[in-house]
Design a protein around this ligand. Structure first.
Ligand SMILES: [Zn+2]
Length: 365
């Protein structure tokens, strides 16, 4: 770190860059952007924000000011300001950014020049399950599954589909109910839940998911959150934990509720254990919510996008005792028609919460 500091010098002749960068960060933060993208092109740098998961053009900065802006960001992130041909990663502390939270900075050389992406790390705290905006049948299924003393609950959905927000909301509800020792192993911990023992994997030190789960099960937990099941060892531990008196919540990469079953059966060869442990599977997407102030016409509140915030579109599959004999034979029960992604999407559009175009963008067809 000291070597990096020693070779970093403030960009010269840039009286305008600090003010420009400060205003740029403040504007993006106030608009609720999660990321700021700066792409060098011949003669300029283009500016984009990621708002509710979607990139929006926010104009361009001409050279030579643009160069000083990139230099200023790299200076604040303690990166080598002259280094443009190799990727660099850094962080701007909240006080230097003039925001309430830190920024992660990533630079990468492209064929038209340097690209810089800044991620805004808002300090988030867990919301309650009721605040998530889940479809009512899904909310009921999830609340009833976490009220059980044991069982395996699995969530799926692509990156950025809000799975971990749902898991943390469930954890928040368990913590509020009290009486159970709640532990997590995550990679990394992004949301703090009061009353929960939250831990992180540390692959470099050998604390992998399976190693962490094995140790945490000796900490006398009643409920355990495993950030992600990536391998057979973790999958088998999760199933065994659920069969030995623990409530287990985790995520698994698959495209659908049935996909979760297929993947779990590949990872856990014993169909009896899978059939006996699973209580609920959720498959989640996030769609942008129509701005309530302008009803989608575009206003200053939604930065003219017509959308503000996001809501989950979820399908779920509940497993009860009558389902288990079929599960043991590798048969997955069908989703009830009112609990599919398509049904949840139609209800959200009918309620005016989002648009058909937004559903098409996220779910495809
Ligand atoms: Zn609006």
């Amino acid at each position: 770190m000291s070597e990096i500091r020693a070779t970093t010098t403030p960009p010269t002749n840039s009286p305008d860059a600090p003010e420009l960068v400060a205003a740029m960060l403040r504007d993006a933060d106030q608009a609720g952007a999660s990321d700021i993208h700066l792409q060098s092109i011949p003669g300029a740098v283009t500016l984009q924000w990621r708002l509710d998961g979607v990139l929006h053009d926010r104009g361009r900065i001409e050279m030579p000011v643009a160069e000083r802006v990139l230099g200023r960001i790299k200076y604040l992130a303690r990166l080598r300001t002259y280094q443009e041909t190799l990727p660099q990663d850094g962080r701007i502390p909240a006080e230097d950014a003039g925001l309430d939270c830190d920024l992660r900075v990533s630079t990468y050389p492209t064929v038209t020049g340097e690209k810089i992406v800044l991620r805004i790390f808002r300090n988030s705290s867990a919301v309650s399950l009721a605040e998530l905006g889940l479809p009512l049948p899904t909310l009921n299924a999830l609340q009833s599954a976490i009220a059980q003393p044991t069982g395996l609950i699995l969530l799926t959905g692509p990156a950025g589909s809000g799975k971990s927000t749902t898991v943390h909301a469930a954890l928040h509800e368990l913590a509020q109910a009290g009486g159970r020792h709640l532990v997590t192993v995550e990679d990394p911990v992004e949301t703090l839940v009061p009353g929960v023992m939250q831990t992180e994997v540390n692959e470099a030190r050998g604390l992998t998911y399976p190693a962490a789960v094995r140790h945490l099960l000796r900490q006398d937990p009643q409920a355990i959150v495993i950030g992600e099941i990536r391998d057979a060892e973790t999958a088998n531990l999760a199933v065994q934990a659920a069969l030995t008196g623990h409530l287990v919540l985790s995520t698994l990469h698959a495209g659908s509720c049935h996909g979760v079953l297929d993947r779990l059966r590949l990872l856990v060869p014993d169909p009896f254990s899978v059939a006996a442990s699973l209580t609920l599977v959720l498959n989640q997407r996030l769609v942008r919510r129509t701005c309530t102030r302008c009803q989608g016409d575009g206003c200053s509140h939604c930065v003219r996008t017509g959308f503000h915030g996001r809501i989950p579109i979820v399908e779920h599959l509940v497993f009860t005792d009558p389902d288990r004999p079929a599960l043991r034979q590798g048969i997955t029960p069908p989703l009830s028609p009112d609990s599919t992604l398509a049904a949840a999407a139609s209800r959200a559009v009918a309620a005016g919460l989002t648009t058909s175009a937004e559903i098409l963008r996220v779910l495809g067809k």
